[in-house]
Design a protein around this ligand. Structure first.
Ligand SMILES: Cc1cc2nc3c(=O)[nH]c(=O)nc-3n(C[C@H](O)[C@H](O)[C@H](O)COP(=O)(O)OP(=O)(O)OC[C@H]3O[C@@H](n4cnc5c(N)ncnc54)[C@H](O)[C@@H]3O)c2cc1C
Ligand code: SF4
Length: 452
């Protein structure tokens, strides 16, 4: 840190969100990134790194390198902890910024945007290139599932010299990065260029194969020396309330996958939000994406319902610091209704016509959680709705269920990502994939030829 007072001289700057349609005035001008990096205090206890970042990224180190103009070296340091900074630089809710010491009194250091911009420079200048292992161990590893957890595990194992094959249920790899997270948050070309890098590093792919159905786990145990399971979360959560059977009530993933992949939805398609009044139930990442997707598809009005109250903005910041990352729904200020319970759906000729709701109040003395709110008597109201999108999150999957058809050989299996953690974040999935690869790698290296 060359100038400890830089944060007093320079304001935090971040380009406007692509949603706003505004130009990123000056952010990409020479020196802009260095100026932002110079605001970092190089804290003795960097909360950004130890508490905030799920990947424990060495944020103060790369901020310092960036400030000194050593972009390529800064990118190398990022890649030591994070295989895919261009994914996290676009998608992460940036718990590192919420935990940054400067968030206490000033605006936090611009970490996520710097990561994204630096990764893009790396691709543009050819600094990011395949890095295949120099020596092959001859050991074979399978990765089941190709979301961020599976991809990180595959890359780590391949770079250790193991022969890696990825098995994926869908027709193309990428997990929720491809089928779930909309293109306006992550362009699919950004995913494809990383997949090309993994292929050049020796990873091979079997798409359209479902482990546990077409592909027996016992076969994987027999044919491979280690298996990383990264099959993601369980099924979407349901809302069992009167009227759920009406037409026009759809799960979020159906809307997102159909609107974001394949041909444009025809106007007569009942799932097309164009011209309709839409209610999105759920205020997390998925709900947020559905709101944006419906607005982009020309919905006449979109309302988002969140059961929890609006997050507190701390009067006494020290009592709640490091801050939690901002809730996605907070971005949809004009569309969202907080502290709302959904009581039922009303229909007309078999199709949904309105959502019955009520206001909730939460106890003052404990943090609000789903189920702890009380319906305020007499607060019931209705919202007209021609399309309702259920975005209530996902159940946690049970990793041991996958292993039922595989008696014995469990010591070869390692779990990662949402399968292990429950519905989570891309950064956590990458961290977990790396940890699973490290553990699988130890098994492979300890049971290698001559060590069995
Ligand atoms: C709509 C939406 C938006 C999101 N937005 C964000 C965001 O902005 N930022 C963020 O950080 N996180 C976001 N998330 C969360 C994030 O996408 C997940 O936490 C992350 O993708 C989990 O990675 P994963 O590799 O564990 O699983 P997944 O990405 O779910 O990948 C699992 C893969 O395994 C495959 N599979 C499943 N079963 C089998 C089987 N039996 N055999 C073979 N293959 C199988 C699946 O087809 C899938 O490709 C979002 C999630 C959703 C749903
Ligand atoms: S907490 Fe903020 S100021 Fe401190 S080292 Fe991390 S990025 Fe820099």
């Amino acid at each position: 840190m060359a100038d400890p007072a830089a944060f007093l001289k320079h304001e935090r700057r971040e380009p406007p969100s692509p949603r706003s349609g505004k130009e990123p005035e000056g952010w990409f001008a020479p020196g802009a990134m260095e100026t932002q990096a110079s605001r970092c205090l190089d804290c003795g206890l960097p909360y950004c790194h130890g508490f905030g970042c799920p990947l424990a990224g060495r944020i103060p180190d790369w901020n310092d390198l960036l400030f000194r103009g050593k972009w390529r070296r800064a990118l190398e340091i990022i890649h030591r902890d994070n295989n895919f900074p261009e994914f996290t630089g676009r998608l992460c809710p940036a718990p590192c910024e919420a935990a940054c010491t400067l968030a206490l009194r000033e605006s936090p250091v611009t970490i996520r945007q710097t990561e994204r911009h630096l990764a893009e420079e790396g691709w543009r200048r050819g600094w990011i290139a395949p890095s295949p292992a120099l020596v092959s161990t001859g050991r074979r590893a399978a990765v089941v599932g190709s979301g961020p957890a599976g991809l990180a595990a595959a890359q780590e194992l391949a770079r250790r010299g193991h022969r890696v094959m990825v098995f994926e249920k869908s027709d193309r790899p990428g997990g929720l990065l491809r089928y779930g997270i909309p293109g306006f948050k992550l362009e699919k070309s950004v995913l494809d260029r990383r997949l090309e890098q993994l292929t050049a590093e020796g990873v091979t792919w079997e798409n359209g194969v479902e482990a546990g159905r077409g592909l027996a786990l016992s076969r994987l145990a027999r044919d491979f020396d280690a298996v990383v399971l990264a099959t993601g979360s369980g099924p979407p959560r349901e809302l069992k309330i009167p009227g759920r059977e009406l037409a026009g009530i759809v799960p979020a993933m159906e809307l997102l996958v159909r609107s974001e992949t394949g041909p444009a939805l025809p106007p007569e398609d009942p799932i097309n939000p164009g011209g309709k009044s839409v209610v999105v139930i759920g205020g997390g990442d998925t709900g947020d994406d559905c709101v944006e997707s419906c607005l982009r598809s020309g919905a006449s009005v979109v309302r988002q319902l969140e059961i929890l109250p609006r997050p507190r903005t701390g009067e006494n910041i020290l009592s709640i610091w490091p801050l939690p990352p901002p809730r996605a729904a907070a971005k949809n200020g004009e569309h969202i209704l907080w502290s709302v319970a959904t009581l039922g759906f009303l229909g007309k000729e078999g199709r949904v016509a309105a959502v019955r709701c009520a206001r909730l109040e939460y106890p003052e003395d404990s943090p609000p959680r789903p189920g702890s709110g009380r319906v305020i008597p007499g607060s019931e109201f209705e919202i007209p709705a021609e399309l309702v999108v259920l975005a209530l999150g996902f159940e946690k999957a049970d990793p041991s269920a996958l292993l039922r058809d595989c008696p014995g050989g469990e010591e070869k299996f390692f779990a990662a990502g949402d399968l292990l953690l429950g519905p989570s974040l891309v950064a956590k999935a990458v961290a977990s994939g790396r940890a699973a690869a490290a553990a699988a790698g130890r098994t492979l290296e300890n049971t290698g030829p001559g060590k069995r």
